[in-house]
Design a protein around this ligand. Structure first.
Ligand SMILES: [Zn+2]
Ligand SMILES: [Zn+2]
Length: 346
């Protein structure tokens, strides 16, 4: 079978290897769609300390069951499935408390296990043990189902930051995650949703798809002043930073209303993880700052449902569909910000 394997930074190879055979506690799937994201770009450039090469990349996975291990109940060949990316242990105190997404023993598809940039893939027992193999609802395509994983991460963030009906929300960063955040905030009943982005091209591309109440290019205008104007000086109730930028986090904090809440959704570069924070702003305005790390199996299930019910449409966010042989082109397109979502159809 054909796979795309990571060997080292800058060295991802398309190879033909033997099809994997599932063990008694595993399920084998025919991968039908595996979406790409900024994480794939990061891995391709820098690798990751959890990746022991060679490793099949790809973690936004949807496919069809082709073989079921003898000890695995509930699945049959032909079942259409979505696979979680971050796999919690299911046994630690965080998992027991329902905080699987911050499980310290977490392992991941495409890191510890071979991922979805392949014709076939094994769903490991770790995924099955935490109910991380999800049935794709009827009527939902594989490519749409593959976007459930990033949407699950957005869902985790928006639950933590709490979006109340009528809240004004600003999303900073208009990549695929920013677009998902805009749509998810609307599904939570947000009042107005504003979108801020540095690149005019990326902003226009995203705004044409997700129609924010205002699309603000922070290269052209002061985004803090613009948000203040749009909200009669009040500021927004919720800010979500979907960009790997400390400046974006600093700016977004200044856009908040009193009592406002901010999700630092996008992580910062490892060599520059600090920002300058006006602590008195947090103190006097009673701001809440929350983090966001991945998603739980339950978030994945609910994300699939949100897509299936049409509450968060994703089909139009897939701007590029490529065969497995063009996965490197796909990662290049993502890295240059020329797409919203690039989905590989192996
Ligand atoms: Zn991803
Ligand atoms: Zn755990």
């Amino acid at each position: 079978m054909r796979v795309a394997r990571f060997y080292a930074p800058g060295d991802i190879r398309l190879e033909d290897i033997d099809e994997p055979t599932p063990g008694p506690a595993e399920v084998k799937i025919r991968v039908r769609a595996c979406s790409t994201c900024g994480t794939d770009v990061k891995i391709s450039r820098f690798g990751h300390h959890h990746i022991d090469p060679p490793r099949v990349m790809g973690h936004e996975i949807a496919g069809e069951v082709v073989e079921v291990g003898a000890d695995v109940p509930g699945w049959t060949a032909g079942d259409r499935v979505q696979v979680i990316a971050a796999i919690p242990c299911g046994e630690c105190s965080f998992c027991a408390a329902g905080q699987q997404n911050i499980c310290p023993n977490q392992v991941s598809m495409g890191y510890h296990f071979d991922g979805g940039f392949a014709e076939f893939m094994i769903v490991p027992v770790n995924v099955l043990n935490v109910d991380g193999l999800n049935r794709i609802p009827d009527g939902l395509s594989f490519e749409e189902a593959s976007v459930a994983e990033p949407l699950a991460c957005a869902l985790n963030a928006q639950e933590l930051v709490r979006i109340n009906p009528g809240d004004d929300v600003v999303v900073v960063g208009s990549g695929p995650i920013g677009c998902l955040h805009v749509r998810l905030a609307r599904s939570f009943g947000a009042g107005r949703v504003f979108l801020v982005e540095l690149s005019r091209e990326r902003l226009d591309m995203a705004a044409a798809l997700v129609s924010p109440d205002a699309a603000i290019c922070s290269a052209d205008t002061d985004p803090i002043a613009t948000i203040r104007e749009l909200t009669d000086g009040r500021g927004v109730d919720v800010a979500i930073t979907a960009a790997a930028s400390g400046a974006a986090q600093e700016q977004a904090l200044q856009m908040l209303a009193r009592g406002g809440r901010i999700s630092f959704f996008g992580g910062l570069p490892k060599d520059k993880p600090t920002i300058t924070l006006d602590s008195n702003l947090v103190h006097y305005s009673e701001l809440t700052i929350v983090g966001a790390n991945g998603s739980s199996p339950d978030h994945n299930k609910r994300a699939l449902q949100l897509i299936a019910e049409g509450k968060v449409p994703v089909k139009d966010l897939i701007t590029h569909r490529l065969p497995l042989d063009q996965v490197l082109d796909g990662i290049g397109i993502v890295s240059r910000g020329e797409a919203i979502k690039v989905t590989i159809l192996p």
